[in-house]
Design a protein around this ligand. Structure first.
Ligand SMILES: [Zn+2]
Length: 264
């Protein structure tokens, strides 16, 4: 089956001693090992070892296996970033915008974010929100709770929204959002680090099954993503396959939704 990784980061240098395979070369290897055809790479600004939008464009050099989600820094001048982002949208390189809720202290319905949504709607491209748990304890999770996204979804029915990480650990809140709002999707990325952590993997499987049971046919709005470099694609695909979903749903999760949303 065709596979698209809807959520990945490449970095200039390792995050720590455990996570050392982080570069573009590393993700190409990761994709080849797992049979991933395309990946959406996120530009960033928080760790000090991420690529800016311009740097990421230069790095991928038109390689068709990659498209970009432009990470917008809410603490910097937004209009300048949107201008630059729009140029790369026109060139077909940027296919989504990304907002780091929780890491940056803004609710998704903050006035400041309105122009970001406008640009997304102008080109019918999705906005991706980091939601739920943050990698560092300095994140404030009241901002990244998925429930706050409902306001934006209702007020902007034409805006396509992807809730990253299934709202972890607020899985059922996310289920309600994708069930109720036609324009809300969710990705399954970054939910575990170690596929051999049996107890946690079992917990996670049950949670995803609950989301699917609750959302019913709306669960067809889920997307596959890994959150590379935090986890390898091979293990992540195995995890999703082990959910034993029906073929039609699997196809939507692994590539059809990504193709539609990112216009690939
Ligand atoms: Zn991520």
């Amino acid at each position: 089956m065709k596979i698209i990784n809807a959520h990945a980061h490449v970095l200039k240098k390792p995050i720590n001693k455990e996570i050392t395979r982080v570069t573009l070369k590393d993700i190409i290897k990761d994709m080849d090992e797992a049979g991933v055809e395309k990946s959406v790479l996120f530009s960033g600004f928080m760790l000090g070892n991420e690529y800016s939008l311009k740097e990421l464009v230069d790095l991928i050099k038109g390689d068709k296996r990659f498209v970009i989600a432009s990470g917008i820094n809410l603490d910097e001048d937004i209009s300048n970033q949107l201008k630059e982002t729009e140029e790369y949208i026109k060139k077909g390189l940027v296919k989504a915008l990304k907002i780091y809720l929780g890491y940056q202290y803004y609710y998704p319905y903050d006035e400041k974010l309105k122009d970001i949504y406008k640009l997304c709607m102008k080109y019918d491209l999705p906005v991706i929100f980091h939601t739920g748990d943050t990698l560092f304890s300095t994140g404030k999770i009241k901002y990244s709770h998925p429930i706050n996204i409902d306001e934006v979804a209702v007020e902007n029915p034409k805006l396509k929204i992807i809730i990253a990480h299934l709202g972890n650990p607020w899985f059922l809140d996310t289920a309600e959002l994708i069930y109720k709002n036609k324009n809300v999707y969710a990705d399954l990325s970054g939910l575990f680090f170690d596929i051999n952590d049996t107890e946690y993997i079992e917990f996670l499987k049950n949670k995803i099954k609950e989301v699917i049971a609750y959302s019913q046919e709306k669960a067809s709005k889920l997307l596959f993503g890994t959150d590379f470099p935090l986890i390898n694609a091979k293990d992540y695909i195995r995890f999703i396959k082990n959910l034993n979903l029906d073929k039609e749903l699997e196809e939507k999760i692994f590539y059809k939704n990504a193709e539609n949303l990112f216009k690939l």
